[in-house]
Design a binder for this molecule. Structure first.
Ligand code: DI6
Ligand code: FE
Length: 414
């Protein structure tokens, strides 16, 4: 029997694929979808005869992009930090709060106290907010448990979000996020414990797709992160790193030397770090939500990253402390307003480059053979993603070629 599927037509495509000019734009485009994948995409006029009798969905001139990818979140956590937010408004700094045992530690206490079901339920609400904005792939980190049982509980909750919804969840083990009270003044011993006990257990259960760390004065040194990364490598897990967020410890260059998928934050990144990232092909994940919430003033070196040809991604960094932001579309606007990233850089940063930051080659662009993870928007130009703040023009979302029933177009076509 001949292969069959459906055709999305009367649409503009922002394919992000090479060889099409800005945004990989196709003004009057069509996409043929079969078995969850893109069979063909291009100008409607050029649709091959083979697809002529497939069922058609007329999208009324709407814009189609690849499904959005939020490649850096911590959206599974217990409690919230609204009171700490209030303290900061009354004058305390983020570092002062962290050193006084607040900050990440208060989320650790709440996360340890929460059941897996509770973490799943609260994380799912945040994931649903992103799904409602056309997100089809989501990364979620551990790092608020900081003991074996609690870290594994977080990662299981994250996996369950991927099972419960039409979304791909990629997990990162972030045991090296902060020093737990049990290891006070014994950071080396904690890293040993992660290497000997926690990471092997996580790996045994298949709970992590990558290993992450926080390389910072208030967290772990490059030497400690290097030991953790050696272990990750020996287990066959890719690495990524929170680097150069509050100071410059050379974390990005360290990550690059391990062939890291990404180095993230990067406000304090220097020329050596940029050169190392360019050489290794490590993606720069910029997080304007944390910059915004912390009222950071040191800008990441966007122009220099651009110049060096380092792929730039953007993400929410959704977390209870430094980026209580659960809107990737808001991040498009912040990337433009705060970081002067172009709308095309932002869209590429939340699709093609975000896929690369997760090591995913099967998505992030509209092209034959890629997954049919797509978002349909009531806008004319992709510049509109970055232009507005607090407006969601999503009209429909497809995950592996399947419409979201609760979107406008999904209700009509699904
Ligand atoms: N950098 C951040 O901005 C978050 N983690 C990290 O390594 C902050 C996490 C928190 O404050 O809860
Ligand atoms: Fe983060």
């Amino acid at each position: 029997m001949a292969e069959t599927g459906f055709v999305l037509e009367n649409a503009r495509l922002a394919t992000l694929a090479d060889g099409f000019g800005a945004y990989g734009l196709v003004d009057e485009g069509a996409i043929a979808v079969s078995a969850g994948h893109i069979a063909w995409s291009g100008a409607r006029d050029a649709l091959p005869h083979a697809y002529a009798d497939w069922s058609r969905f007329d999208l009324g001139g709407r814009l189609i992009t690849p499904g959005l990818i939020d490649c850096h979140t911590h959206l599974v956590f217990g409690g919230d930090r609204a009171r700490e937010f209030e303290m900061r408004l009354n004058g305390a700094s983020y570092e002062e709060i962290a050193r006084a045992g607040g900050g990440i530690m208060s989320s650790v206490t709440a996360t340890r106290a929460a059941s897996e079901d509770e973490l799943f339920a609260s994380g799912l609400r945040y994931a649903d907010a992103l799904i409602g904005e056309g997100v089809t792939t989501l990364e979620i980190k551990s790092g608020y448990g900081l003991d074996k049982q609690s870290e594994m509980k977080m990662l299981r909750a994250a996996r369950r979000i991927g099972d419960a919804r039409d979304i791909t969840v990629k997990t990162s083990f972030l045991g090296a996020h902060a020093l737990p009270p049990e290891f006070k003044d014994r950071a080396d011993a904690y890293i040993e414990h992660l290497i000997e006990e926690v990471l092997p257990a996580v790996q045994m259960e298949g709970l992590a797709d990558a290993v992450d760390g926080f390389c910072e004065g208030i967290a772990f040194t490059p030497g400690q992160i290097g030991r953790l990364f050696d272990k990750a490598k020996s287990l066959g897990l890719p690495v990524k790193l929170h680097a150069e967020q509050l100071s410059n410890l050379g974390g990005a260059a360290l990550a690059a030397s391990y062939g890291a998928l990404s180095a993230d934050h990067l406000e304090y990144l220097d020329a050596d770090g940029i050169a190392a990232m360019a050489k290794s092909g490590t993606v720069a994940v910029l997080l304007p939500g944390a910059f915004y919430h912390l009222r950071e003033t040191k800008l990441p070196p966007v122009a220099e990253l651009r110049e060096a040809g380092v792929p730039i991604a953007i993400a929410t960094d959704a977390n209870p402390g430094s980026s209580p932001t659960f809107s990737l579309l808001a991040i498009f606007n912040m990337a433009a307003t705060l970081f002067r990233m172009t709308p095309e850089e932002a869209l590429r940063g939340a699709t093609a480059h975000a896929a690369r930051a997760l090591g995913l080659e099967d998505r992030g662009v509209i092209a034959p053979g890629k997954r049919a993870d797509l978002a349909v928007w009531d806008i004319e130009t992709p510049a509109e993603f970055s232009y507005r703040l607090g407006f969601n023009p999503l009209a429909g979302r497809l995950y592996e070629g399947k419409w979201d029933a609760n979107s406008e177009l999904g209700a009509r076509f699904g």
